[in-house]
Ligand binder design. Structure first.
Ligand SMILES: [Zn+2]
Length: 265
């Protein structure tokens, strides 16, 4: 898959990447644009910044959906600008950022990709200075976007970005449309709050946006969000029933290895 823009509405774009099947976003207003997530290192962030410049010359503001490296480590490539995130995102970068950088650089080295490993190792982390606890509107000139936190779920601090006038919602990794069409073993991290995830997805589904952009994979609709919400709600119910891990794996609708990854959290 070649890296490419998808136009989702008037001045609303997703950019798709072969690397990690990542999806980031761009919303263009009359006075400025908003970049949703910045990729995984300064080299990747520089590519994204140049791609944004291919679409608009307007000054940019950044929203980070969560602190995981593939969504937040490219921020330094955008220079001085407003960077918005949940306070937990900033805290995570302060507490775990250096460790995540080292761990991910080694992960790429082990995968035989020293170029990306070196780029991550050389990346300077940027802390978001503009924080949103709950919900916050941002004007881009002629259009308003809404940043919202729906409780701890995929991470402790997921932030969504919605564009009401275009019916597009950027969900970050709250919604995952992986190669198998759903969650993968990578969907569940050390900071995942499994029983918080179904209510967060229910909140997104209730907004009933026609286009929902996942953090990985192709854009989906609200029906997909509802199905993911049910999958995770069923899994949480199995866990709360006191069933053994083997029973849960046998009864879960998710692939066995994905269920085991979720149970490890
Ligand atoms: Zn993530």
């Amino acid at each position: 898959m070649a890296d490419r823009w998808l136009e989702l509405g008037d001045g609303v774009y997703a950019r798709r990447y072969a690397e990690l099947d990542l999806t980031v976003g761009l919303v263009v207003g009359r006075e400025k644009c908003l970049v949703v997530d910045t990729r995984g290192d300064t080299v990747q962030g520089t590519e994204l910044a140049a791609a944004v410049r291919g679409i608009t010359p307007l000054p940019w503001t950044i929203a980070i959906t969560h602190a995981h490296f593939d969504h937040s480590f490219g921020t330094g490539a955008f220079g001085r600008c407003e960077v918005w995130a949940h306070p937990g995102c900033r805290e995570d970068l302060v507490i775990d950022g250096e460790n995540a950088r080292t761990t991910r650089a080694q992960w790429y080295r082990d995968r035989g990709e020293p170029g990306i490993a070196d780029a991550i190792a050389a990346t300077e982390l940027v802390l978001p200075a503009h924080l949103v606890d709950d919900e916050r509107e941002l004007s881009l000139g002629g259009r308003t976007v809404v940043l919202a936190h729906h409780g701890p779920a995929h991470s402790g601090h997921d932030l969504t970005v919605r564009v009401p006038d275009a019916g597009v919602l950027f969900a970050g990794d709250l919604v995952e449309h992986g190669p198998g069409g759903t969650f993968t073993t990578d969907s569940f991290g050390t900071d995942t709050v499994l029983d918080g995830w179904p209510p967060a997805l229910a909140a997104i589904a209730a907004l009933d946006y026609p286009i929902v952009v996942p953090g990985h994979g192709e854009p989906v609709g609200t029906g997909f969000v509802v199905r993911q919400q049910r999958l995770l709600a069923d899994l949480v119910a199995l866990v709360e029933s006191g069933a053994s891990d083997d029973e849960i794996v046998a009864r879960s609708a998710l692939p066995p290895e994905v269920t085991r990854a979720a149970l490890a959290r």
